[in-house]
Design a protein around this ligand. Structure first.
Ligand code: UT7
Length: 367
């Protein structure tokens, strides 16, 4: 059977950082509280559009896979913060790369977006529709952050990650590389726990939208509980479908929502921290971008070996959840590198956030 194998990986993190010390100047919080409750020390704030981050992550993933843009059959972008409603980020990337043979569309499953996209791609590859697919998770989340509201602004950061999936003829049955099983789910009755009413992150501040519509409404404690249950239950179901148990897993790469969520969920699964990849400390929660960036970082850190059983698992707004069990292929080193960089900036983080602070100021008349 044809399986979907990851053959390329890349990430793009914009250079300007928002540290916990910076946040202390913006709202009533402190470094110790943030690090202890979330595992986060800093996150990136993008000086360019999310599509620019997506493009660079994509070019890096393609070089890693040794592919050229015309080789692609499909480009799928998972994002909660697309630049525009239409055209999709995926079609903008198709145009920029010159991937003329690729279909292209966006998908929104919030922080579960990369797992939903992987499940979609798996179906398309297994059915024979596509052989080479570029999946990107890209977010410019700072646009929805009200930096005077400590309940959510400490968590989220900007960034993009990309993966190339290729069809592999698995001639060796159970031991063949690629996606082995999928679990997806959603519970729309809990959708009110994370809400952003407006869409479109192009430019700053937002064209014509009132601040209460673009700001994230976030019920952190409720989300925390649902996330722990959601991740643990979903990963367990995906393992069962693969005919495996937690003992078979070499590495869990979870959505990086909060280090405590990851710890609680993987403890429920019976997987010790040594088999869990966490890179939230200097990225924060980057929603759909977190898992592809974590895949990149896990490979770079030597945490994935050929043939390893890897579990991707996520939870996000909607609410949505999903897990993937896959067997890694034979290659853990890039075939090539893309040397491009984002345009440089001299802006400080406070320069980048000024329009955001001005925009949300009417929500804090007493501040
Ligand atoms: O990617 C998927 C979506 N996102 C998530 O999965 C995130 C889910 N939620 C969380 O990560 C956590 O719930 C938060 C990090 C948002 C909050 O952590 P918590 O441990 O649930 O804190 P809490 O809301 O229970 O608040 C505990 C205390 C409260 O003070 P009192 O009432 O005990 O005096 C809060 O007012 O901490 C206070 N607090 C803060 N203090 C300093 C809340 N936020 C902050 C803050 N800085 N930023």
């Amino acid at each position: 059977m044809q399986r979907a194998v990851i053959t390329g990986w890349g990430k793009c993190v914009p250079p300007v950082r928002l540290t916990n010390a910076d946040l202390e100047r913006l709202c009533d919080t402190d470094d110790d509280w943030i690090f202890e409750r979330t595992g986060i020390r800093s996150r990136a704030i993008s000086h360019v559009e999310g599509t620019d981050l997506a493009e660079l992550a994509a070019r890096r993933a393609l070089a890693c896979a040794g592919l050229e843009p015309p080789d692609l059959d499909l480009i799928l972008v998972a994002s909660t913060t697309p630049e525009l409603l239409c055209p999709s980020v995926a079609t903008m990337i198709q145009e920029r790369l010159g991937a003329a043979n690729a279909a292209a569309f966006d998908l929104n499953a919030a922080c579960s977006g990369f797992v939903y996209a992987t499940a979609t791609v798996t179906g398309m590859i297994e059915s024979g529709f596509a052989n080479r697919v570029l999946v990107i998770g890209a977010e410019k989340l700072h646009i929805a952050m009200d930096y005077r509201d400590r309940s959510h602004c400490i968590l989220f950061g900007d960034g993009a990650g990309a993966a190339v999936y290729e069809a592999s003829e698995s001639t060796d049955g159970e031991s063949g590389a690629g996606v082995i099983s999928v679990d997806l789910g959603a519970d729309g009755t809990k959708g009110g726990t994370m809400v952003v009413q407006a869409m479109g992150t192009r430019g700053e501040p937002y064209g014509g939208q009132p601040p209460e519509k673009t700001r994230l409404h976030f019920e952190g404690q409720a989300v925390f509980k649902i996330a722990v249950q959601g991740i643990a239950g979903s990963a367990m179901r995906a393992l069962e479908r693969a005919g495996m148990t937690a003992d078979d897993v070499d590495l869990v790469i979870p959505h990086q929502a909060n280090a405590r969520i990851i710890e609680s969920a993987t403890r429920r699964l019976g997987i010790e921290p040594e088999r869990v990849f966490v890179n939230i400390e200097h990225l924060g929660n980057t929603a759909a971008a977190s898992i592809p960036m974590a895949i990149h970082d896990a490979l770079q850190a030597g945490r994935i070996a050929p043939g390893d059983i890897v579990v991707l698992t996520a939870f996000g707004g909607g609410v949505t959840w999903g897990s993937i069990v896959l067997r890694w292929g034979y290659r853990t080193e890039p075939l090539g590198t893309h040397e491009g960089e984002l345009p440089p900036t001299d802006a400080t983080v406070f320069d980048l956030l000024q329009s955001n602070l001005d925009f949300y100021a009417p929500l804090h008349p007493d501040a």
